[in-house]
Ligand binder design. Structure first.
Ligand code: AMP
Length: 416
């Protein structure tokens, strides 16, 4: 990649000035590769995680193209939606909206936000004023279309941000319904942290002769994140988390739990131990989630205990630590979880607390990363070896059958 400065990208002086004001010295790799492709009007499929600068990679060229379009004489005085950014979650919608506002300051372009869980009336009102760029979650956008509150007939640019998550969350039907209302003659950009067969299938439906860009090899984790797996007995996990926060000073820390109940329980337990911790998951109302996030961003919270869906796409800067209470069921979620740290050039540390019953999940993650994650012990929290499976981990059907037999013979002992 030979582009080393924003000046080499064909962005207007207005945007260049904003970037200087924001203190962005140089484009990140995804920006250097994606911006010229998007400005050239090509479709794009980009593999990039949160933290790589991917938002600016599509927002800047969108703004540039729309500014140029605005300079052309327009028929009538109507102001149709020209660009749509589809995102899986409300939090990501808010973040993208904020980025559009940040990068678009000083331009005449307008944007609006449409997501579920809040009153639809206020959103309809905002749309009436005329919107150039719409950021939306699929379900609520369909509601608006059904109500006739907006039209996508003049759309020119369609962006999918965190497309993999959209598929994971089962948005395929909504996407199909939306595509029926969007002109086929458009530019489509697909951003995703991980790329699997489902995503490639979606890309074949959506994209025309796309340029493919990957800033990190597919399904690998950002290089500046150090990953550690600590073998620890299940009942000592809480004590270890407490130790890391209180003694080792790991704060603010983002902790992942597989379940909402688990997140609530840990946040409560940490609270009892004198740690300022809150849970963050889909059972909370939108306003409660925003409040929790605000506190975490402001640094008043020491620990945020989140589920995968809720934490998706969180842009929390200066995060040095991520703790996985256990491995996620979906290996892709592991990649997303640890992508919360090591951002914008800072080195991050992501640890996973591992107990023997999670061995199959560890193997799945290792298979996706194509690397081994060696286990270690945390001094003072070594596992009780009399209960630890001394057998070396083996994959393959034979080993799995053997394991299943052993578990069956143990009569479900050790299960939680
Ligand atoms: P994203 O991957 O879009 O979530 O961006 C991650 C963070 O990097 C955001 O807080 C951006 O403000 C910041 N950022 C994006 N591009 C640059 C850049 N070229 N230089 C410095 N920071 C950037």
């Amino acid at each position: 990649m030979s582009i080393a400065s924003f000046a080499e990208l064909a962005l207007s002086p207005r945007l260049q000035q904003t970037l200087t004001e924001l203190g962005y010295a140089a484009p990140t790799p995804i920006q250097a590769s994606a911006i010229p492709v998007i400005l050239a009007g090509r479709d794009l499929m980009a593999g990039a995680q949160t933290g790589t600068g991917k938002t600016a990679a599509f927002v800047l060229p969108l703004l540039e193209q729309l500014m140029q379009l605005m300079q052309q004489p327009q028929a009538g005085s109507s102001r149709p939606i020209r660009a749509l950014v589809l995102v899986p979650t409300r939090e990501l919608a808010v973040q993208v909206f904020e980025s559009v506002a940040r990068y678009g300051q000083g331009t005449a372009l307008t944007s609006a936000l449409v997501y579920g869980g809040v009153s639809i009336a206020a959103q309809v009102e905002a749309l009436k004023a005329g919107v150039d760029i719409l950021i939306a979650t699929p379900g609520r956008l369909l509601d608006h279309l059904r109500q006739g509150a907006l039209s996508l007939e003049s759309l020119r640019h369609l962006v999918f941000d965190e497309a993999d998550r959209m598929l994971d969350m089962g948005f395929m039907d909504e996407i199909t319904a939306l595509l029926r209302q969007i002109p086929a003659d458009r530019q489509t950009l697909l951003f995703s942290a991980t790329c699997d067969d489902n995503l490639f299938a979606l890309s074949r439906v959506l994209l025309r002769d796309p340029e493919l860009i990957e800033v990190a090899p597919r399904n690998t984790t950002a290089a500046e994140v150090e990953q550690r797996v600590y073998a620890v007995d299940g009942e000592r996990k809480l004590a270890l988390v407490e130790h890391l926060i209180k003694v080792k000073g790991w704060a603010p820390v983002l902790i992942f739990s597989r379940t909402r109940q688990g997140a609530d329980k840990l946040a409560q337990q940490l609270g009892k131990a004198g740690i300022n911790a809150l849970a963050f998951h889909g059972d909370l109302s939108q306003s409660a989630r925003e409040k929790v996030l605000l506190e975490f961003r402001a640094g008043t919270l020491q620990a945020l205990v989140a589920t995968d869906v809720a934490a998706r796409g969180l842009d929390i800067s200066d995060l040095n630590y991520v703790i996985n209470l256990e491995f996620p069921h979906q290996p892709g979620d592991y990649v997303h979880r640890i992508g919360r740290t090591g951002r914008a050039g800072n080195k991050g540390l992501a640890i996973t607390l591992f107990s023997p019953e999670d061995a199959p999940l560890l193997e799945k993650v290792e298979a996706v990363l194509d690397t081994r994650l060696p286990q270690q012990w945390f001094p003072g929290f070594e596992p009780d070896l009399t209960r630890f499976d001394p057998e070396p981990r083996r994959s393959g059907k034979g080993a799995q059958k053997q394991k299943a037999r052993k578990q069956a013979l143990a009569g479900g002992k050790g299960k939680r």
